[in-house]
Design a protein around this ligand. Structure first.
Ligand SMILES: [Mg+2]
Length: 255
């Protein structure tokens, strides 16, 4: 009998699941090897392109082709490029995402934007905040790569994320509508499923965050396995023990 581990497609989180503190977790390489080509990495990364992340993972001895990586920042740009081709976009993000957006045919502007795309912008400033808030108040569409407020860092420090910039923007712009692309919202999962080619009921999300990985999977009927302390190979053995279980056994508990 084929185990579910052998039968499914897998969406795999990156930070806290495969890597932590800039290092590969001990079981990550063997884990990806065991999955063969039946996985797609899914991350709320709002700063890098898939090529950049693939290069970083390669340096950590985790070979994953860029074509198998779905990230919140580039997916937000992809969505805008499809829905608003050639739009005037104020892109609050890294230089590499600016280049990615131009390649997608978007016009990157500093004022009179039709769309504001918010990523992890390390050069976020008072002037950018003022311009973005006012253009949004004037009717520009706001698309947010991810809602994460921060990442944990060594010695109990925190690293501000895109959601922290969103909080500043909303504090100025007021109650404006906006769309979130990253986990737990469905867009990133849907893009990853399309790439993976498996239906939700035959797919399992593997991650370390129940609020994003687990909740997002639950909303789409995707199974969820939570990883603790990078114990990825435990996931493999647990799955093989559970080969007779129904997909519901993998679902995160409802909130
Ligand atoms: Mg994570």
């Amino acid at each position: 009998m084929q185990s579910r581990f052998e039968a499914c497609g897998f969406l795999v989180d990156v930070d806290g699941t495969l890597v932590s503190g800039g290092k590969a977790l001990p079981e990550a390489r063997q884990f990806l090897s065991d999955l063969h080509d039946r996985f797609v990495l899914v991350s709320n990364d709002a700063e890098h392109t898939p090529s950049e992340l693939a290069h970083k993972l390669q340096s950590l001895q985790l070979p994953v082709p860029a074509e198998r990586i779905v990230l919140a920042g580039t997916t937000a740009i992809d969505e805008v490029a499809v829905e608003r081709p050639g739009a005037r976009v104020m892109l609050l993000a890294s230089a590499s995402l600016q280049a990615y957006a131009r390649q997608a045919g978007l016009r990157i502007v500093k004022d009179k934007a039709e769309v504001v795309v918010l990523g992890r912008d390390r050069h976020f400033s008072y002037d950018k905040l003022a311009t973005a808030a006012n253009v949004i108040r004037g009717g520009a569409t706001l698309v947010v790569a991810n809602p994460d407020l921060m990442h944990p860092a060594p010695q109990a420090a925190v690293v501000p994320e895109t959601g922290a910039l969103l909080a500043a923007l909303l504090a100025c712009a007021g109650r404006v509508p906006y769309r979130v692309v990253g986990k737990p919202e469905p867009t990133l999962f849907t893009a990853a499923l399309a790439l993976l080619g498996t239906p939700p009921e035959a797919t399992v999300m593997i991650g370390d965050n129940p609020a994003t990985d687990g909740e997002g999977a639950r909303r789409l009927g995707i199974g969820y396995i939570e990883v603790h302390d990078g114990r990825l190979l435990h996931v493999v053995s647990a799955d093989k023990r559970a080969e007779s279980m129904e997909p519901a056994a993998y679902m995160a508990s409802p909130p």
